[in-house]
Ligand binder design. Structure first.
Ligand code: PAF
Length: 281
């Protein structure tokens, strides 16, 4: 697997396959890779001939009180996992390569970034959209794959790609869970065994809400109540827990159209995101 750190050599490396008409797939990540990320690599490999993963802990998407400094980092371990997963190249730039002196451009997406994570983390999506647009510009992939776990991020990136007529297909890959049901996340390493056990009440609640939906329940309050009851029994409160239209995140009172339940809970110092897509049609 080719390891690349600077922008011009990365563009040069990709020029040959691009000229041959090979399809390029990009999997942007912030590293500390788990099986969820590796599933994104597999989705990219199904849709492209050359798979490039990026590892970059993007400072501009972290708020001043967030975990930028302690965010888990293991570039050599990540490189090994990516190579084993069949990735062809790893782009792992230094901050100066992504944000050289004088950098002053920000990409802001509107409505779909307001509320939910956008409300809890001001500026977060500007940071995500800007860095992803830059990665797309460097790699010029045909397809870029993102996890459905960060559902609002996925909708924001799809909106950006559509609004700016980007020549890339944004693909969402299903959320991957540990065998106990916890949504995989690089931040799960922060959980103690006790807090992990409490955190499981969220995935259990979401599963129960999904079962109620499948049994015919459509009322948002009733579906969300199921999740609230599960997490409250574990002594956890939701930072947000909402039913939204899956295409554009419009709030819904009833799940009569394709919908997603989006949730964030805080367990100790750790914020955990999870969601369930109720209808993929
Ligand atoms: O989902 C992530 O890991 C990040 O937000 C992304 C898309 C790699 C941008 O830094």
């Amino acid at each position: 697997m080719e390891r690349l750190t600077d922008v011009p050599p990365t563009k040069a490396y990709l020029r040959a396959p691009q000229r041959q008409g090979l399809r390029i797939g990009l999997v942007p990540t912030m590293g500390a890779l788990h099986d969820g990320h590796l599933s994104l690599v597999r989705v990219a490999a199904e849709r492209a001939d050359v798979v490039v993963a990026s590892v970059f802990v993007n400072p501009t998407q972290f708020g001043p009180d967030e975990d930028l400094d302690r965010y888990p980092r293991d570039l050599d371990g990540d490189a090994e996992k990516l190579a084993r997963a069949g990735c062809h190249a790893l782009f792992a730039p230094a901050a100066a390569a992504m944000y050289p002196d004088g950098f002053q451009t920000t990409v802001s997406v509107g409505l779909v970034t307001q509320g939910l994570e956008g409300a809890a983390r001001p500026g977060h999506f500007d940071g995500v959209n800007t860095v992803v647009l830059k990665l797309l510009s460097i790699v010029a992939p045909d397809v870029a794959v993102f996890g459905e776990k960060d559902y609002q991020q996925l909708v924001s990136l799809r909106t950006m790609a559509r609004d700016l007529a980007l020549d890339v297909e944004i693909v969402g890959a299903p959320l991957v869970r540990d065998p106990d049901g916890l949504a995989m996340s690089s931040r799960n390493v922060y959980l103690t065994p006790g807090s992990r056990a409490r955190a499981l009440s969220l995935s259990r609640g979401l599963r129960a809400a999904e079962a109620a939906y499948q049994a015919g329940e459509r009322d948002a309050a009733a579906l969300l109540d199921i999740v609230h009851t599960s997490i409250e029994a574990a002594g956890i409160e939701a930072e947000y827990l909402e039913l939204r239209r899956s295409s554009d995140l419009r709030p819904l009172y009833r799940a009569d159209e394709p919908a997603v339940i989006l949730a964030v809970v805080r367990v100790g110092d750790t914020r955990l995101l999870d969601n369930v897509i109720l209808d993929r049609s």
